[in-house]
Structure formats: structure tokens, C-alpha cells
Design a protein around this ligand. Structure first.
Ligand code: DOR
Ligand code: ZN
Length: 362
């Protein structure tokens, strides 16, 4: 029998020796595709590797009604490259005026898979979001009845709350009371960025899950601020201290069913990032799978990448995992573009800051 050190060495050897990895085709449970020229440019970056994605509704104007979602879905399908098999899973943007019956109809027809809650002012295009959480009770109750998940941007927006504390304060002040008032409501805490978020979700039972982004597994707040300000690492919720990044890494690589991939790949043209008041968002669609494989390998956890990227998300959403597979191969450092061109201008691809060795080969 191996002692602990021996077992750890064995694990390392196995991980080192691995040069290919075949997993079910992954899905992205949180994605921004935008519209028009930007949609056309970024959609192929996701459709290349992912089978499905939960599509964020924060367009201008937002995707509020079932009719809006049907029209947006049509535009996405239209923008798909020839022969691409990709299914957009649509969401509605929750406002204080959202009609519970419209939501129920869109769900019953299979058009939408979730409703997205943005606290007003929390992030990009969230001005139509929710200010008074009592006003959305009827919609939430209807969603609990029909089993439709609520995706939550979990940050308070009060000016007096420090931006690094906004997730934790949201859990205590908004999310926990809201879940207590609405038993049976299924909730996805989107893009968690703190150990508090990890612990809350872990303790929350089967009705709560969390997405974790690729970039929050890689950067902490120093990457944004130390040695010069780096706008392409600025996103919301903003990356926190290292202890939080490590808690996210542990959660993502644990294989636990509550945690699944939602890249939050959020393209903004460089002109909107590299400016005095830059937009929040990291564009990771292009190299996400190479980064994830590298990260899971670093943590000797390649064996749980499939759970995180391909199995836990569909299970939470009550869908089957994809039948097809993809194969990742380890080799010489992967070349990926620094930026992609869009009809609206260039968009910088997220730079993890270390070489990537895994590429999707099949
Ligand atoms: O960084 C972010 N970008 N966080 C969000 O919540 C929204 C997103 C966007 O739409 O750009
Ligand atoms: Zn997002």
C-alpha cells in the first residue's frame, strides 16, 4: 500500500503522463453573445467546442418577454456558421414588471431554460434590473412551481458596500431571505468569486448550484491592479483575494455536482475596455478549454474536468449530457489570437499569463 506521499507522487505521475483526454462535449452555462456584428464574430468561438450555452439576456434593450427571446434565438441561429451544431438555451431578463404567465408560457414551450436576475445597476446593461425584490415575488413563486431556475448576479449595488464585499453581503441580505421566502425555487448563483459563495452553495442542498468562470480560476485582484491597471482583467463580480481564487479552484476541480462551468465570456471592443471608464468583462470563448485543461492539470484534477464542464450543468438543468465527445491533446504551446476582429472593432482574448499546452484535436 502506498503512503500518502507515495499516493500523491503516483497521482502526479499519472497526471504528467496524460497526453490526451476525451470527455463529453461541454456546455457553457453562462455566456454573452451580444447581437449584430459582435454576435456574428463571437458565436463561432463558442460553437466550435461547446454544444449548448445559457445565453445572457442583457442586450440593449434587454430580452424581457418570450417574444423577445424567440426573436433573439432566431438571430443567434441565423448567425451560426454553416454546419455548426449549437443550441442556444435562452433566458429572460427579470424586471419588476415581468409577467409570471409570460414566463410560464415561454418555459412550457421549451423556449427558455432560466430567468436572469440582475440587481439594478450591478453590471453591464442592468439598468432595467430589480430594485425592490418584493415586486418579483409572484414571478419567483411561479418559477418555483414549474421548476424553472433563477440565475442570479449575486452582488448588492449599495454605494456604501465595498465592491470586494458585495457578493458576501448579497448572500446574507438578499439571496438567503429570497430563498427562504420561496421554497422550491431553484437558483444558480452565477460566476461566484468568493469562498463565502462556495461555502453557501455547498451547504445549500440540491436546489442551488453555482457557475464558475474560467478567468476567476486564474486571476486574483493583483492581476488587475498590481504593476499597472489591466483593463482586460476587469470583470464583474471583480476578482478577489487569492484565498478566494483558491476556494474556487478547489470547488471547480472537486467534481461536486453543485459547481459547473459558466464562462461569462463577455466581449467588449478594445475601445470600450481601454478607456477612462472601461466596461466589465473578460472574453474567454476562444481559449477557455485550453485554459481549463491547463488549470485542472496544474491541480492534478484532469479526471474531474468532465464533471465540471460537461456533466454537472446538464444535471442541474434537468437535461441529458451531450452524446458526442471532444478530445484534448497535450503538446507544444497552443497559439491563439491575441484579439479577434469583429465588425464593431477588435476584442482582446483573455491572456491567462501562462502557456497553454492542451488543444481540442477532435
Ligand atoms: O464582467 C461582466 N461582464 N460581468 C457581468 O455581469 C456582465 C458582463 C457583460 O455583459 O459585459
Ligand atoms: Zn455575465
Amino acid at each position: 500500500m502506498l503512503n500518502r506521499a507515495g499516493a500523491a507522487r503516483g497521482k502526479l505521475l499519472t497526471a504528467r503522463a496524460m497526453t490526451t483526454l476525451t470527455i463529453r462535449r461541454p456546455d457553457d452555462w453562462h455566456l454573452h453573445l451580444r447581437d449584430g456584428a459582435m454576435l456574428k464574430a463571437v458565436l463561432p468561438e463558442t460553437a466550435r467546442h461547446f454544444a449548448r450555452a445559457i445565453i445572457m439576456p442583457n442586450l440593449v434593450p434587454p430580452v424581457v418577454t418570450g417574444d423577445d427571446a424567440a426573436a433573439y434565438r432566431g438571430r443567434i441561429l441565423e448567425a451560426l456558421p454553416e454546419g455548426a451544431a449549437f443550441e442556444p438555451l435562452m433566458t429572460l431578463y427579470l424586471t419588476e414588471k415581468t409577467d409570471p404567465e409570460d414566463v410560464a408560457r415561454a418555459h412550457a414551450g421549451g423556449l427558455i431554460r432560466a430567468v436572469k436576475l440582475y440587481p439594478a445597476g450591478a453590471t453591464t446593461n442592468s439598468a432595467s434590473g430589480v430594485r425592490d425584490f418584493d415586486r418579483i415575488r409572484p414571478v419567483l413563486e411561479r418559477m418555483a412551481e414549474i421548476g424553472l431556475p433563477l440565475c442570479v448576479h449575486g452582488e448588492v449595488t449599495d454605494a456604501e458596500v465595498d465592491i470586494f464585499d458585495r457578493e458576501k453581503v448579497f448572500i446574507d441580505r438578499v439571496l438567503e431571505p429570497l430563498r427562504e421566502r420561496t421554497p422550491g425555487l431553484r437558483v444558480v448563483m452565477e460566476h461566484i468569486t468568493t469562498r463565502d459563495g462556495v461555502e453557501y452553495v455547498r451547504a445549500g442542498g440540491p436546489d442551488i448550484g453555482a457557475t464558475i468562470t474560467t478567468h476567476h480560476l486564474v486571476i486574483n485582484r493583483n492581476h488587475i491592479l498590481a504593476g499597472g491597471i489591466r483593463p482586460h482583467y476587469y470583470c464583474l463580480p471583480v476578482a478577489k483575494r487569492e484565498i478566494h481564487r483558491l476556494a474556487l479552484r478547489a470547488a471547480a476541480t472537486s467534481g461536486e455536482d453543485s459547481f459547473f462551468l459558466g464562462t461569462d465570456s463577455a466581449p467588449h471592443v478594445d475601445a470600450a475596455k481601454e478607456t477612462a471608464c472601461g466596461c466589465a468583462g473578460c472574453f474567454t470563448a476562444t481559449n477557455t478549454l485550453s485554459i481549463l485543461a491547463e488549470v485542472f492539470e496544474q491541480d492534478e484534477a484532469l479526471g474531474t474536468l468532465e464533471a465540471f464542464a460537461s456533466l454537472n450543468g446538464p444535471a442541474f438543468y434537468g437535461l441529458s449530457p451531450n452524446d458526442e465527445t471532444i478530445t484534448l491533446s497535450r503538446g507544444a504551446p497552443v497559439d491563439y489570437p491575441e484579439r479577434i476582429e469583429t465588425g464593431d472593432g477588435p476584442v482582446t482574448v483573455f491572456d491567462p499569463g501562462f502557456p497553454l499546452h492542451w488543444r481540442v484535436t477532435d
